[in-house]
Design a protein around this ligand. Structure first.
Ligand code: ATP
Ligand code: MG
Length: 458
């Protein structure tokens, strides 16, 4: 059954103008052409689409012939990237897909000149709308308009069949539900649950991509809770699933177990970068394996170090970049050190603030506090210190180097690190005003070393 809606479209962004021009040229050449999928959904929701997919009855060769710059993108799938006013627009020939014996790729792709066949192969009703931007009309063959209106995420066709064809759709279901703030359709949700244990057929890169979109999207807490309710969490993030029932000391954690605490970090997250969000999700993963009890109180000794290794494994398994993996595991390893910042020597906190990973770590500390006792003293203290440090002159290179030590007759060895570390601390604390102060100190420091001849050959 076809439904339609008048929708006046005035291209605004360069992307919208380029996609509009592509559709108009295809239509002028006698072909059917529409915007399709996420772009139509976003436009109807009053949002600016990131990219616009065009779908047409024109066959790939015809598309290539109609545009000066047309790059086939995997010709077998009939997708052509048209460069219009220097902006790439993906144009795909209407197609129907048949059979998904591997749960990932269709066995056959058939071109068709019927747009209703093209939309019925798509995943969710709100992703199956067509917009003719020239005529200002939206066409709906899948019930997407009414679902969009009431904020409802539902598979096109039989959800059991659709998820059995392609299990990536299960993660997309969670992602769109959370990021659009929609209500999940019950039958679609129960079909997703039914196939949860088949998620391992999805390539790890894609799992990571979807999880990251959930985490950095509008409502990461809702997304992670839905993954959990649909039994997907224990498949894709077993270390987070294991936080269920890990009771924490009630004095510091009125919110409940380690799983609840983790969900609250996601709720409070404001700077939703991949670095912050993966770190927030994984910061207490070590609590799943380190719980011990003393006098009726749970402890998690060493959970940050154990958790850092676990977080690294999770990120590696999901094929994250080295950079992201290192950032997340460093943040997990360091997340407890903020509880002692008030007792730290200036040299130590200055060094911490100047570490490249500090902004992520400070944000995780803020979220960690917000998600339990709510005491923000240490966070505010570090903010004050950051501001104080910004007013200080940009750090100069260390006053002393290994060459100075050699110059004083000290033989290179482990003692170098100790002396240079001490000198750097004194420099950061402002006790050395210049290199001369540092050299004077070194000549005295050398004497103490000479007295320790049994350790250092000088
Ligand atoms: P966004 O780009 O905001 O993530 P989108 O809906 O545009 O959302 P894309 O991944 O860009 O999502 O896909 C474009 C369209 O292709 C979708 O709207 C949907 O119609 C269709 N689609 C994408 N992936 C699948 C899939 N695995 N199964 C069925 N249809 C899909
Ligand atoms: Mg898209």
């Amino acid at each position: 059954m076809q439904n339609f809606l008048k929708f006046r479209f005035i291209p605004g962004t360069p992307m919208e103008k380029a996609a509009y021009a592509v559709v108009r040229r295809l239509q002028e050449a006698g072909h059917k052409a529409f915007f399709v999928g996420g772009a139509v959904r976003d436009l109807l929701l009053g949002r600016t689409p990131d990219d616009i997919d065009v779908t047409t009855s024109a066959l790939p060769d015809r598309i290539s012939a109609l545009f000066d710059k047309a790059i086939p993108l995997g010709a077998s799938f009939g997708i052509i990237t048209v460069i219009m006013d220097e902006i790439p627009v993906e144009v795909a020939t209407f197609r129907a897909e048949r059979g998904y014996s591997d749960g990932r790729h269709p066995d056959h792709v058939e071109y068709t000149d019927q747009e209703e066949l093209d939309v019925t192969r798509r995943d969710f009703t709100v992703n199956g709308l067509l917009l003719n931007p020239v005529a200002g009309m939206v066409y709906d063959y899948v019930g997407g308009l009414s679902d969009l209106k009431r904020g409802y995420l539902r598979a096109i066709g039989d959800p059991l069949v659709r998820f059995s064809e392609d299990q990536l759709r299960i993660l997309r279901f969670v992602r769109f539900t959370a990021s659009l703030g929609f209500e999940p359709d019950e039958a679609t949700a129960s079909a997703a649950k039914h196939f949860a244990d088949r998620i391992d057929s999805v390539a790890k890169e894609r799992v990571k991509n979807e999880l990251e979109k959930i985490l950095t999207g509008a409502d990461p807490e809702c997304g992670m809770r839905l993954l959990d309710q649909l039994d997907i969490m224990r498949e894709v993030l077993p270390g987070i699933f294991a936080l269920h029932g890990k009771e924490q000391p009630a004095k510091y954690h009125p919110e409940g177990d380690a799983f609840e605490h983790t969900m609250l970090l996601l709720r409070h997250a404001f700077w939703r970068t991949p670095q912050v969000m993966w770190s927030a999700l994984l910061h207490d993963i070590g609590k799943g394996v380190t719980q011990s009890w003393k006098d009726g109180v749970p402890h998690f000794y060493g959970h940050e170090a154990v958790g850092a290794a676990m977080a690294e494994d999770v990120m590696r398994d999901l094929r994250a970049s080295r950079e992201l993996m290192d950032c997340v595991s460093t943040t997990v390893r360091n997340h407890m050190r903020f509880s002692h910042v008030d007792e730290m020597k200036p040299a130590k906190w200055k060094r911490i603030i100047r570490e490249p990973n500090f902004p992520v770590e400070l944000e995780i500390h803020r979220l960690d506090c917000m998600a339990c006792h709510g005491l923000m003293e240490n966070y505010l203290l570090m903010l004050d210190r950051m501001i104080q440090l910004e007013r200080e002159p940009v750090p100069v290179a260390p006053f002393l180097t290994g060459q100075d030590l050699i110059g004083q007759g000290i033989v290179p060895g482990p003692v170098f690190k100790v002396i240079l570390g001490e000198a750097e601390d004194l420099q950061l604390e402002g006790i050395f005003r210049n290199r001369e102060d540092a050299l004077n100190w070194l000549s005295v420091r050398k004497m103490t070393i000479l007295k320790m001849k049994q350790h250092f050959r000088v």
